[in-house]
Design a binder for this molecule. Structure first.
Ligand SMILES: Cc1cc2nc3c(=O)[nH]c(=O)nc-3n(C[C@H](O)[C@H](O)[C@H](O)COP(=O)(O)OP(=O)(O)OC[C@H]3O[C@@H](n4cnc5c(N)ncnc54)[C@H](O)[C@@H]3O)c2cc1C
Length: 379
């Protein structure tokens, strides 16, 4: 970490401890998202970190961004996720939007005044997203959207949605991407999902019933929707990896602090070699994940994204988050299983990191595809 990153994360750490941490236990139970917390993070300049200053962004690097997401995730995985999805929407608008679209939608997102959401998945089309069925039929002056999107992060609290819908035939080539604003006629929200974790991050169904979207809200051109959706994925995967590192680090911190003070058999439980080995493995896996996430982020910063590394970072860091949080509950014993300590919340929040932005099986599919290409290329 350089001096700037140290200062950024230590300021943010204070905000997280003072303004987020005190609410987390209650809000996790109540499923409550606080817009004022998100906007407070916006005031720290972390809701549009990697976007250029001309759109209100901070013009910082992906490595800076990963340290920030890690820091927020140490207090709240759901707020870090809200930022990462909204940032992915910004990246998509920056890469694929035209001048008017960027000027119109980006400043409110980068400043944290508004939240962005990304709507690709449908009930029958998750890993196989190219099978999506929501339609966008060409009509006079625009498109008529019909269909339902599932499990959309920030559904209901976001104002700007990037929605993938079918304008052409079967498969990914028939998909187009649209900008849809909350409040558009024919666009409503279905049920809020009841989830194991990420309870302060709303996950909703989006319903489109004869929802008219003007042509000016089409991103790129017809049939390029999958390119748009996939365009944000490398960055999204690295971001989820960084959140996994924060989640694991918090569980490790809690485990070490607890094991140094908890006495059994007249000594701190830290003194038992059985626990020392466990804590050492937890620390090593967390550090290895951090290094991989930052190697992937460095590839994004270089302008030559290494997709294999991005998938590896997501896979390793989120599998580590699951393992380390589960082990943390074990280290704390009975109290670890109760909400008296936060480790059970982090364990619940870790699980879905292995599912979103491409499940960890899909990351392995991507990595294997790269391996085949590399080795067949060498043969
Ligand atoms: C809390 C939450 C938030 C989400 N947020 C968003 C969002 O903001 N926007 C959005 O568009 N989507 C979102 N999703 C959806 C998420 O991206 C999908 O759940 C995910 O892509 C997996 O799809 P699926 O659930 O349909 O599982 P499936 O695709 O049905 O997979 C089921 C199982 O089969 C495995 N599998 C599938 N294909 C293969 C294969 N080829 N090889 C090996 N194994 C395979 C999977 O790994 C998994 O274990 C969210 C989901 C959740 C739970």
């Amino acid at each position: 970490m350089n001096d700037f990153q140290k200062e950024l994360t230590s300021n943010l750490n204070r905000y997280c401890l003072n303004s987020i941490e005190p609410h987390m236990e209650h809000d996790d139970e109540a499923g409550k998202f606080r817009m004022e917390i998100f906007q407070g993070l916006g005031e720290y300049g972390v809701t549009g970190m990697t976007l250029p200053e001309e759109y209100g962004g901070a013009g910082l690097t992906y490595q800076d961004y990963c340290y920030v997401l890690e820091e927020i995730a140490k207090t709240s995985v759901p707020y870090a996720v809200t930022i990462s999805v909204s940032s992915m929407v910004q990246t998509i608008l920056k890469e694929f939007g035209n001048k008017e679209q960027k000027q119109k939608y980006l400043p409110a997102l980068t400043s944290g005044q508004e939240i962005g959401a990304f709507a690709l998945s449908e009930s029958h089309a998750g890993s196989d997203a190219g099978a999506l069925k929501t339609t966008a039929k060409k009509v006079d002056g625009g498109y008529m959207l019909n269909g339902t999107k599932m499990w959309i992060t920030s559904g209901g609290i976001a104002k700007t949605y990037i929605v993938m819908a079918r304008t052409g035939g079967e498969g990914s080539k028939g998909v187009s991407a649209f900008i849809v604003r909350e409040g558009t006629q024919g666009f409503s929200f279905g049920k809020a999902e009841k989830k194991m974790g990420w309870k302060t991050s709303p996950t909703r169904e989006l319903i489109f019933e004869n929802c008219f979207v003007p042509t000016e809200n089409l991103l790129l051109e017809e049939g390029k929707g999958f390119q748009v959706a996939m365009g944000g994925l490398d960055r999204g995967r690295v971001a989820i990896g960084a959140i996994g590192v924060g989640c694991a680090q918090r569980a490790l911190d809690e485990s070490i602090k607890y094991s140094l003070t908890r006495q059994q058999f007249k000594q701190p439980i830290f003194d038992f070699q059985g626990l020392q080995f466990m804590l050492s493995d937890m620390a090593t896996e967390t550090e290895a994940s951090r290094l991989l996430v930052h190697a992937a982020a460095a590839s994004l910063d270089s302008g030559k994204a290494n997709s294999k590394l991005c998938s590896m970072a997501k896979l390793k860091a989120t599998d580590t988050a699951m393992k380390v949080t589960t082990d943390a509950v074990q280290v704390l014993g009975g109290v670890g299983y109760t909400s008296e300590y936060p480790v059970e919340r982090f364990m619940r929040d870790a699980k879905v990191l292995q599912i979103v932005e491409g499940t960890n099986q899909i990351q392995r599919v991507v990595i294997a595809r790269h391996l085949r290409r590399e080795y067949e290329g060498h043969a």
